[in-house]
Ligand binder design. Sequence first.
Ligand code: KG4
Ligand code: ZN
Length: 335
Amino acid sequence: KQDNLILAFESSADETSAAVVKNGHEILSNIVATQIASHQRFGGIVPEVASRHHLEWINRVTKEALQEASVTDPAAQLSAVAATYGPGLVGSLLIGLMAGKTFAMVHGLPFIAVNHLAGHISAANFVQPTSYPAMAVMVSGGHTELLWMAKENSFQIIGTTLDDAAGEAFDKVGRILGLNYPAGKEMQEMAAKGQANIHFPIAHTENTFDFSFSGLKSSVLNYVHHADQLSEQINKNDVAASFQKAVVEAIIEKTEAAIQVFQPVQLLLGGGVAANLALRTAIEHLAQTYHLKLTEAPISLAGDNAAMIGAAAYLNFKAGRFSGLDLNTDPSLNF
Ligand code: KG4
Ligand code: ZN
């Protein structure tokens, strides 16, 4: 096979996605079926509803992904099949993983299991190749990790969240302000119209690169309740702007501290929250200050999608890391 084409599946949370990725950095197709609307009235993902949706959509997104990539003979055209096996919701992961393993078996193709978090980081590969050693900032709805990457496809957690993930904090504060789930994007839009004039303190975890966002969330909650009790009007845009500023500051503070100790040559930004423009601006500034190369996941690929899984799978393919068809999901997989 001249080119390496990988069919990839992603179904760890509330997006059902299939993609075909060429040589690890070119998207031939990336079909994402989102089920956010089904979960909104519950204010979060309902696992049972999620797996049912994945089951309903998986065949359709697969067919579309193959069609759009002009894959008519999978056994001849594809080099491998990949799927996310963790972390995520077990019932959701199962659908994409089963689809991937089945497709691989039927067409006699090797199977590659992918870590969802490595997928988020690999979205950077659609922009440019990474230089090592690198430091990755992985911020999503379920995770907030500072990762040290001494070389390609090697991850060492040097900081994580002690409580809420960054995206989770956006979603919970959004809920306090009456927004729908997931609230990150709308919070950003409100923040752009407001002033960051309220002081919400961020946690300064001592001597570690760990994050903590639950105190910040509580202080927003207290602020809103206090105003409620006094029947005072709050400016929700100002609350959003002040909260966003605090989250960005917290992420930058720990990333900067880690840069000083680890001295990477490159920064990577990935995960759903990497779509946040205030965070992007701040990390761009940080990279400039320390003369570091920076790759941010493209905004359109920051959230969950199968293309990033295909990009990560390519690195495993090159390293000869394949998985057996007896592989199971690992809902609490880390690195
Ligand atoms: O990576 P992702 O799609 O799913 C997980 O693996 O968790 O991340 C989703 C998270 C949600 O919490 C969502 O509110 C947040 O990313 N998010 C944002 C923005 N866009 C999505 N947070 C802040 N600003 C945004 N523009
Ligand atoms: Zn994700």
